[in-house]
Design a binder for this molecule. Structure first.
Ligand code: C2O
Ligand code: CU
Length: 542
């Protein structure tokens, strides 16, 4: 394959993506970052120059499995030391599967500041996909705060905790609209004359043509519903895997997920139409993100209709129904092992640990260690990753007596422990939701690094290993890298631990992973080979 070289200068710049001027992390001055385009089998080389003055960084290539390059995963504390201000780090990896992927900062909560973008991997010439279209466009969904990432992160670590609260706006391809006149600080910080402060065009359609929209969500908190007025969408790809086509009026998208949908321009071409993203899963306090689907290049007026209002934010049943409808395309089912070698039942809870509010998995809240796992686990001499000191995290919880609707006051622990998986073994993970300390149960989109998993089932209530395994879809499950854990429900996935390295599995809500909602999987560490020196230099990895 071809080798694509990119040089990225990462720096803060004043931007007004929703008309409100604030510092955003940019790539070569751009926000969001440029779309990386390549063909299956190509190599991507990105040289990152950190010009953030006072912040470290690290960039994760979300959905790229990093087979044979576990040190290029970009997960600070897991696969590498942070890239310090003034330093340069080069990522080199192969894009081995076609599909729609993402990239974003993976250091602290830095993604909130805007370091993100999309990766589009095409099929090689002569290879056809199980659908056709005339043109394609990317649609990157985000939520946006006016507080700095520093203020957000320090607030979450403070006692008492200061929560990030709801975003000020939702962005579509980096643009949104904050109602300056309605804000308390009326006018302050608003930059209505900025060219960024204008309604974005989703795309311009020619009547009768079909468009592939590659949609990705890198929201920090929000689950979203995306709707294009008057147009249905046919879902054909999810996280790089072909979907048995399913037609939807609107699409639910969780942070870390990507979808391709086909949209046919079959409506009155003398009109233009709203595209809108709406918060779901949390009481909606943020205005919807808006963009316009136009039918002619001359049409510059906004649509004459009102933007769609979106589904009820708390209609969980519709969201679960859509999740269940996403299964593998019949010609692209990836056969899966009939049973696992090992099963983990992971209880998601919000805990108070040492008087700090945390998120925990089976009572353990993950702390990113100063020495990255990949380094400490690879270095046998000196025993830097000490199994004795780091007791392996629990495989299950007391599911027989546990009440997910009123969890017992658990304190739990903060640890940097990892699950060690047999190389090549088949692992089932069932994620179990509960209510948080505020009495509500949230949606948690879980993302696995280094692998895709089969999505076996979405269930309601408490998972019962004796009964619910029978509900697993072993016939045509879709493979994904990010999956929703719905409120008061459970989600079951299966994967093959066949990628030597150390891999994070975590809730993709930036505040939640920051508060410990993550686990670490290690497999085949002795097969990893010589680590590049560039990932070292922190903790005891000098
Ligand atoms: Cu897109 Cu570890 O995340
Ligand atoms: Cu979460």
């Amino acid at each position: 394959g071809k080798v694509h070289h990119h040089t990225w200068d990462i720096a803060y710049r004043y931007k007004s993506p929703d008309c409100f001027e604030k510092l955003a992390v940019t790539i070569n001055g751009e926000f969001p970052g440029p779309t990386i385009r390549a063909t299956q089998g190509d190599t991507i080389v990105v040289t990152v120059n950190n010009h953030l003055e006072t912040e470290n960084t690290g960039i994760h290539w979300h959905g790229i499995r990093q087979i044979g390059s576990p040190w290029a995963d970009g997960t600070v504390g897991v696969t590498q030391c942070p890239i310090l201000p003034g330093e340069t780090f080069t990522y080199r990896f192969v894009v081995d599967r076609p599909g729609t992927y993402l990239y974003h900062a993976h250091y602290g909560m830095q993604r909130v500041a805007g370091l993100d973008g999309m990766i589009v991997v095409s099929v090689p010439a002569g290879v056809s996909e199980p659908f056709s279209y005339d043109e394609e466009h990317t649609v990157l969904l985000m939520d946006w705060w006016h507080k700095s990432v520093y203020e957000q992160a320090v607030g979450l670590a403070s006692d008492p905790l200061v929560f990030v609260n709801e975003p000020q706006s939702l962005l579509i391809n980096g643009r949104g609209r904050f109602n300056c006149s309605q804000s308390q600080a009326a006018g302050v910080g608003c930059n209505a004359s900025s060219p960024e402060c204008s309604l974005p065009t989703l795309f311009t359609a020619a009547p009768g043509k079909t468009y592939r929209l590659r949609i990705g969500s890198l929201t920090s908190l929000s689950s979203l519903n995306l709707e294009i007025q008057g147009h249905s969408m046919t879902v054909v790809e999810a996280d790089g895997h072909y979907v048995n086509p399913v037609r939807v009026g609107s699409l639910f998208v969780y942070s870390g997920e990507t979808y391709s949908v086909l949209v046919t321009a079959d409506q009155d071409p003398s009109m233009s139409y709203w595209a809108a993203s709406h918060v779901v899963g949390r009481d909606r306090k943020t205005p919807s993100g808006l963009a316009v689907l136009r039918y002619s290049r001359n049409e510059s007026d906004p649509p004459r209709t009102l933007p769609p209002a979106g589904p009820a934010w708390n209609d969980t049943a519709s969201r679960v129904r859509q999740s269940r409808s996403i299964v593998a395309h019949p010609a692209h089912v990836e056969p899966l092992p009939a049973r696992p070698d090992r099963a983990l039942l992971l209880l998601n809870t919000q805990n108070r640990i040492n008087n700090r509010l945390k998120w925990a998995v089976n009572g353990v809240s993950l702390a990113f260690p100063p020495t990255p796992f990949l380094v400490s686990m690879t270095m046998k001499r000196g025993g830097m990753y000490d199994q004795q000191k780091q007791r392996p995290p629990p495989e299950t919880y007391d599911y027989r007596s546990y009440d997910i609707a009123s969890p017992p006051a658990a304190n739990g622990t903060v640890a940097s422990a990892a699950y060690r998986l047999g190389l090549g073994s088949v692992v089932d993970v069932v994620l179990q939701n509960t209510v948080a300390l505020n009495g509500k149960s949230e949606t948690h989109p879980w993302h696995l690094h280094g692998h895709d998993f089969w999505v076996l089932a979405y269930g309601e209530g408490k998972f019962d290993p004796d009964k619910d395994v029978a509900k697993f879809n072993l016939r045509d499950p879709i493979m994904k890298n990010t999956v929703a854990l719905h409120p008061m429900g459970w989600t079951a996935v299966r994967f093959r631990a066949d990628n030597p390295g150390v891999w994070l599995f975590h809730c993709h809500i930036e505040a939640h992973v920051y508060m410990g909602m993550a686990v670490v999987f290690e497999e085949g560490i002795d097969k990893v080979g010589r680590l590049p020196k560039a990932i070292m230099g922190c903790g005891r990895s000098t």
